[in-house]
Design a protein around this ligand. Structure first.
Ligand code: 5GP
Ligand code: MN
Length: 335
């Protein structure tokens, strides 16, 4: 679905716009939001960006990020900004559950709701939407929106870096989810002065010593391989969280390392949080972790990258994974 025309029409006169992205925002949530905010401000809209929870420190270098309002830190201010807006733009998520309590506020407003997203199975909470699962990232969708509305001349370095950040992070530096337009977009942004080397260095070479040691701990002490299902599982307990003083962002990307093992096609990262057990799922090729996450773990996302949650213990979570895995890993893969 691509309501670009209707959205451009809606935004043809200056509006009060709130851009909202999902909890635990990643590079694409942040990059697409900053890029759209930059564009809309140049078109004389008043724009606020709201995220339910804090963003990882690694993205602190992006210009404009200081203006992002975090609902967890300033709930009243965030609520009043959403209620005052005429247009709410929901970026990089497709179900209100992904924005926690902010979802209720969005539901209760009379504002026009626009969704721009690339995940599978959107819920119909919006007035106009761009929902395309074949693109690399929501940032690429923002790039396409700019192209389709002939507003390329408004792309400045800030917007360009924000889009490139979303593309780089959601494709794992062009390793997955790319299509030919992803490369055109990246090439065009580079031609416009975006320094991809600088961005990659800022984003991917910025681990703390603690994060690298935590990665070592996960791989050495917390990883279980299930060769019969070509699957790897890493699970972290609350004790691990205490021992390593793990905070938001520290576990980002750990799940992907398991896919480096030749015999692994499915990688699952399980961690105990205060109230829930949270899952990250990754897969290669035809195996759909989206189906597994959707059917059994209250989640979803993309075919090869999904998330979810459940209530219970880490042990119960791992047992549940082992119970359902056989239904999602095709027999031809069990070699
Ligand atoms: P990650 O494992 O990096 O947190 O998330 C991978 C993908 O799954 C992302 O596209 C993210 O939007 C999606 N995802 C993560 N957690 C959830 C969840 O609880 N519910 C749904 N529907 N999607 C999720
Ligand atoms: Mn995304």
């Amino acid at each position: 679905m691509n309501d670009t025309k209707q959205i451009a029409e809606l935004l043809s006169l200056p509006k009060e716009v709130c851009i909202i992205s999902h909890r635990n925002p990643d590079g694409d949530a942040i990059g697409s939001s900053l890029a759209l905010a930059g564009l809309l401000r140049k078109q004389n809209h008043t724009v606020h960006i709201i995220m339910p929870s804090e963003y990882p420190d690694v993205f602190g270098f992006l210009k404009g990020i200081d203006d992002v309002l975090i609902y967890d830190l300033e709930p009243e201010e965030a609520k009043s900004r959403i209620e005052r807006s005429n247009v709410i733009m929901c970026l990089d998520f497709n179900s209100l559950e992904r924005i926690d309590k902010v979802g209720r506020i969005v539901k209760d407003t009379d504002s026009t709701i626009v969704m721009i997203d690339h995940h599978i199975d959107p819920e119909p909470f919006y007035t106009h939407g761009i929902s395309i699962t074949e693109v690399s990232s929501t940032a690429e969708l923002i790039y396409n929106y700019i192209k389709e509305t002939s507003t390329e001349h408004l792309i400045d370095l800030e917007i360009g870096e924000a889009i490139m950040t979303g593309i780089l992070t959601d494709t794992g530096s062009f390793r997955h989810n790319t299509n030919k337009n992803t490369y055109y977009a990246a090439g065009d942004l580079k031609a416009r002065g975006v320094d991809d080397y600088y961005l990659q260095d800022k984003i991917f070479n910025s681990m703390t010593e603690k994060q690298l040691r935590l990665l070592g701990h996960c791989l050495n002490n917390r990883m279980e391989l299930l060769p019969e299902y070509r699957t790897g599982i890493i699970s972290l307990s609350l004790q691990d969280y205490e021992d390593f003083d793990i905070i938001r962002g520290d576990t980002e990307g750990i799940v992907n390392y398991m896919l480096m093992v030749k015999q692994v096609d499915v990688a699952i990262f399980v961690r105990q949080q205060a109230k829930i057990i949270k899952f990250s799922f990754r897969s290669k090729g035809d195996i759909s972790v989206q189906a597994l996450a959707r059917d059994h773990f209250n989640g979803g996302g993309h075919k090869n990258a999904s998330g979810g949650y459940m209530y219970g213990s880490v042990g119960k979570a791992v047992r549940k994974i082992k119970e359902h895995l056989p239904d999602y890993v095709p027999v031809y893969n069990q070699k």
